[in-house]
Write a new protein. Structure first.
Length: 302
């Protein structure tokens, strides 16, 4: 080893001389960026008592409903913007719903859903339930048409191979665009099913499912381990919602946003949205591009 002298030259030191100790904990958890610092775990403008209540109910029951979170005028504007974007009249299989319209990858087509994805209450709850630098895993607008059958019950993060019982690897929200009722396909959830092992619901367990009846602008939160599904629509009108899923920062997302969302779209997004789309580093280096922070791809000045 060598050490500098006052004149700038270096002299050799014994090979066994003590050096600065490598701190593996700091290395694994620290923010090593110089220009693009982490935007994770920032304070969000949400009522902490409401966040506490939602978190406690989710941990206890596997789900929680927050009524009238999004302003009705904003919901009406959202519906007006997304309605022309639907391409198909129905899904491709029974799980999607043959009379259910789904809008996949909507971020490149409209900014109107940003207010849902990064709503302060939503992010405040996710900050409690997921690790910093969590990702947006999926975003859809779903419109259950008249006569649609009930969806098969399922857990959202069941495709991750980790055996149950286990902690959830994702958390989802469903925002009611139209009112959710017992007749028009309100989402059903089985309470406490987030604690189950890998068994399928028994008829007796299925019978305990509750209907998430909500007014427009209300939000259903639920863990990725909670069994749930869209209900049957027995009315003559469709029932629309927005659903977003968030996952732990080390999990593979359901949608590949780096391909479905263009760089110009990501560049004009907020810091929160950029982080959720994967323009972030999960310590010490998960998510880098060419050994550098991915936000450099969005820096048009470089």
């Amino acid at each position: 080893m060598t050490e500098p002298k006052p004149d700038g030259t270096r002299t050799s030191t014994p090979a066994d001389e003590p050096t600065a100790e490598f701190d593996i904990v700091t290395y694994r958890t620290g923010d090593h960026a110089t220009r693009h610092r982490s935007t994770a775990a920032k304070a969000h403008d949400a009522d902490p008592h409401l966040v506490d209540s939602i978190e406690n109910e989710i941990r206890r029951e596997g789900y929680a409903i927050a009524p009238d979170v999004v302003d009705h005028a904003a919901i009406a504007d959202l519906k007006q913007h997304v309605e022309p974007l639907f391409v198909h009249d129905g899904g491709r299989n029974a799980f999607e719903g043959f009379t259910t319209r789904r809008l996949y990858s909507p971020l490149d087509e409209t900014d109107v859903l940003d207010q849902i994805v990064e709503h302060p209450l939503v992010l405040a709850v996710m900050d409690r339930l997921l690790k910093p630098n969590y990702l947006l895993s999926q975003l859809q607008v779903i419109d259950i048409g008249p006569g649609e059958q009930a969806q098969h019950l399922h857990p959202d993060d069941g495709f991750y191979p980790n055996p149950r019982p286990r902690s959830a690897l994702s958390v989802a929200i469903i925002v009611a665009v139209d009112a959710f009722t017992a007749d028009n396909g309100a989402t059903v959830v089985i309470p406490n099913s987030h604690r189950w092992d890998d068994h399928l619901p028994t008829p007796a367990e299925t019978a305990t499912a509750i209907e998430a009846q909500m007014t427009p602008g209300s939000i259903l939160f639920f863990l990725g381990t909670a069994w749930h599904g869209g209900g049957a629509n027995q009315t003559n009108r469709s029932r629309m919602c927005v659903t977003a899923q968030y996952c732990q920062p080390w999990c593979r997302t359901q949608e590949n946003f780096s391909l479905s969302v263009t760089i110009p779209r990501a560049a004009r997004s907020s810091d929160n949205m950029q982080r959720l789309l994967g323009y972030s580093i999960h310590p010490p280096f998960m998510g880098f591009v060419n050994g550098m922070h991915p936000k450099r791809l969005l820096d048009v000045t470089e």
